[in-house]
Structures are given as structure tokens and as C-alpha cells.
Ligand binder design. Structure first.
Ligand SMILES: [Zn+2]
Length: 329
């Protein structure tokens, strides 16, 4: 390989089979007039891509990774507001690689005071837009079901929105400890949730059982959704933050219960890029001003050739695990 070839190629990690990744040498992406080329520094490993890794990328040999922070290396002729050397994050795909390209409208600058690891843009905007779409009034009782990365981020934002009491629920004792650390007032395993926190029958209303003003499903699982439905009080809000995958996306819900309780069900996901970008900037401001702690949610750091280990950690959850990040060498 001559020197010119080396300069034009980069390392990327592609999925080659079920639970199997490989480092390949491929061309550095070329950019169009509105795009920037980003040298990736770190990239979060997202549970939303776990299924793709488990299934072997569905035969497509994809480059995963959509939660990077990096430095602009090149700007297209029509790019506005960004220059070479800017540290950015954003809605950027194929980022388990040394370089990725993206339209400049999909990135934001990272404030200088932030560490790379706490500035992952995409999960931040998911949390922020989800919290924005979830109505909380000052003093509300809020349950967050699932105290993984998303749940722990979300419960901090519920506190910022004025929740009077935050109840975290998770199957793992260790996650409940994390939840306490990040601001939960009470923590329970699903089996131990107090009966007065659930409204599942008419008579509960007569007995003055209120349930939660807001219940958040941050699990993406059948059990989490069901429990959130049970904990939501009459005319309360059920907010679906977790990404529901598996079983063809199908879930069973007790529609009769949801119906008579007159609950408001919110799908707290966001698909509009412009909203994501706005929420990302707002989230970075919260982190910079120490109102939101994302840094302590990053517990495991791996190299690019250790992506299988990083996904396996999402599956097996080693001691202390909340979220893993890939650091480029
Ligand atoms: Zn993600």
C-alpha cells in the first residue's frame, strides 16, 4: 500500500456475524458541499443497536455507532457556522470508525468545559426530548421503571422538571443503588412496589389509592410497560421512553385498565432532526452548568477492536455497568 492510499483509508468496525465484529480498512468518506468530515474521538454503545449485533447486522455488514463526539477535519463549501478543529456531536451514523461524515445541520458544538465522554449527543437529545414530551407538574409523584442508562438520565430530568417524589423500579439491586445516587427518593424491585402505588381495580379509587401522576417505562420490555400501566394513577400520564424491540415489536397491554383510568399515553420518542438538535444544545447546557450528570453514567470504556466486548457488556451487565463507550486509538 503506498502512502497516498494509507492517507485515504481508515479503520472501521463492521458486524460480520451474530455477536461478531471485525476491523476493516476502508476509504475515508468523501464529503459533499453541505457535509463535514469528523475525526471520531469517542462513540457511545447504544442498547438500541444490540439486536443488530445479536443478529449479525441482518447480513448487511454494517458499521454501527451513532453516538460520537469528534473533531471537524474538513468542511464542505456550503457549510455554515462550523470550521476545522471544532469539537462536535450530533446525529451522526457509522461512527464506529476513525472518520464519519454528516450534514452540518445535524451537529452541534460541544462546550469546552465538557469531557468527550459526557458529551454524547444522540442519547442526550433522546433523554431531553423524551423529558420535554412528558408533562410533569411541580410536586408530582413520578415512577421511573428501569434504572439503566436511559432511566438514570430520565430520572435526573424528572427531578429538574419539579417531580416531588421519584420512585425508581428495577429488577437489579445494583441498579437501584445507582438510582438512589442519581436522585431517586424511593427504590423498589418490581415485586416489592408498594400496593398503594398501583391502581389496578375500581375499588382502589374508593380506597383513596392514587398511584403515580407520571409513570415512565424506560425498559422497552413487556414487564416494564405493564408495571408502568399499573402504577399510573387515574388521569395520570404513562410515558414510553424505552425502545420496544423483540417479539416483532408486539406488546400486550391491559387496554381496559388504561381506558377506565383515563390515562394519557405518551410515546416519548422523537424523529424530527431539528428538535433533536435543539434538545441536544439544551442538554449540553445542563451538563456544562452541572445540572445534569452524564459523566458518571459512563462506566466502561473500550477500544475500537473491543466492540464485541462492549455489546456483550450491555447483555451481561458486569458489576457497576451502566453504559459503555468506544474510544478511538
Ligand atoms: Zn443511541
Amino acid at each position: 500500500m503506498n502512502k497516498r492510499m494509507i492517507l485515504m483509508s481508515m479503520k472501521a468496525s463492521i458486524i460480520t456475524g451474530p455477536e461478531k465484529s471485525e476491523i476493516v480498512e476502508i476509504a475515508i468518506p468523501s464529503i459533499s458541499a453541505e457535509e463535514v468530515l469528523i475525526r471520531i474521538k469517542v462513540c457511545g454503545v447504544c442498547a438500541s443497536e444490540l439486536h443488530s449485533w445479536l443478529e449479525g447486522g441482518y447480513g448487511r455488514r454494517p458499521i454501527l455507532g451513532h453516538e460520537p463526539v469528534g473533531i471537524i477535519e474538513k468542511v464542505g463549501s456550503q457549510v455554515q457556522g462550523f470550521e476545522v478543529g471544532d469539537r462536535v456531536t450530533g446525529l451522526i451514523q457509522n461512527a464506529f470508525a476513525h472518520y464519519a461524515k454528516v450534514n452540518y445541520r445535524l451537529i452541534v458544538k460541544v462546550p469546552e468545559v465538557l469531557d468527550d465522554l459526557e458529551a454524547l449527543g444522540e442519547p442526550l437529545s433522546c433523554l431531553m426530548s423524551g423529558a420535554d414530551r412528558t408533562p410533569v407538574s411541580p410536586g408530582d409523584d413520578v415512577a421511573v421503571i428501569g434504572a439503566g442508562f436511559m432511566g438514570l438520565g430520565f430520572l435526573q430530568l424528572m427531578a429538574l422538571k419539579g417531580a416531588g417524589r421519584i420512585i425508581a423500579v428495577d429488577m437489579r439491586e445494583e441498579s437501584l443503588e445507582h438510582a438512589k445516587r442519581f436522585g431517586a427518593d424511593e427504590v423498589y424491585t418490581p415485586q416489592n412496589v408498594k400496593p398503594e402505588y398501583k391502581v389496578t381495580e375500581w375499588r382502589h379509587m374508593d380506597q383513596g389509592i392514587k398511584g403515580m401522576d407520571v409513570s415512565v417505562d424506560a425498559t422497552g420490555s413487556q414487564g416494564g410497560l405493564q408495571l408502568a400501566g399499573e402504577m399510573t394513577g387515574v388521569h395520570g400520564v404513562l410515558s414510553v421512553v424505552g425502545f420496544h424491540q423483540g417479539n416483532g415489536g408486539l406488546r400486550n397491554v391491559n387496554m381496559e385498565l388504561w381506558n377506565w383510568k383515563a390515562i394519557t399515553v405518551i410515546n416519548a420518542h422523537e424523529r424530527r432532526d431539528a428538535v433533536h438538535i435543539k434538545q441536544m444544545e439544551a442538554g449540553l447546557k445542563l451538563i456544562a452548568n452541572k445540572k445534569l450528570n452524564m459523566k458518571d453514567l459512563i462506566t466502561h470504556v473500550y477500544n475500537l477492536d473491543e466492540i464485541d466486548k462492549a455489546y456483550d457488556a450491555i447483555k451481561s451487565k458486569p458489576a457497576g455497568f451502566i453504559k459503555s463507550v468506544i474510544k478511538m486509538d
